[in-house]
Each structure stands twice: as C-alpha cells, then as structure tokens.
Design a protein around this ligand. Sequence first.
Ligand code: ZN
Length: 134
Amino acid sequence: MSDALYQSLIMDRTKNPRHAGRPAEFLAHAHGDNPMCGDRIDVFVTPDGIRHDTKGCAIITASADLMADAAAGKSADEIKQLRASFESVVTTGRPDDSLGDLNALAGVSEFRSRIRCATLPWSALSDALDQTNE
Ligand code: ZN
C-alpha cells in the first residue's frame, strides 16, 4: 500500500471509527493516558468484541479502531502476539504482512513522540485483558 492510501485509511478511521463508544455492559475495561499528546482512551472488552472511547489525536483514534478490528475473535495470547508485532512495526517502520491495515501506522516510527499515541490503545487493551484473568 502507498503512503497516500495509508493516510486516507487513518483519516477515514478518525472521522468514522467503526468501534467507538462506551458499551452499557462489558467484561473488562481499562483506561490509558498519554500526557505528552493529551490523548485519553477507555478500552472495553465485550462479548461482541472490543470497543473504545478515545479523545485525542488522529493517530490514537485510528490505532484504537484498527486494533478493535485486528483483535476481534482473538485469544488473549494471540492479542499479546499482535501487540508485540504492532509495536515492532511502529518503532522500526517496517511493515509486517501478517498485520494488514495496522501497517498504516508504520509511518509513526519517524516521529518518536507519537509512537506512544499508536501503542497506548494496545497497552490499555492488555490491562483490560489482565483483569479478565484475575
Ligand atoms: Zn496522540
């Protein structure tokens, strides 16, 4: 995919997130803050998938929404693996074929201060999943 296509994918997810909102019922929830950018996110694990309530920049909003797609139907172990692969992509800038649309955020690697924007949804999701195991 070209950079231009990645850009439009991120803009689309920012304007029309598919998984945004606070569900009335959920199995687990976690909050994340990124003071550097002013981002705030709440991630919810529900029987139907992942939902997120994100207030922040385009990167965290797109990252959260793409994460909800990628994590759908996956086990906690598979999500852990996805998170590791995704963090590698956004820190090295090298796309990973197994990650699909998540590669749209590879360009973040050029802006060190924005990497946290891309990874915060995943750390919040991990925190939420840890609760489900307790
Ligand atoms: Zn941000």
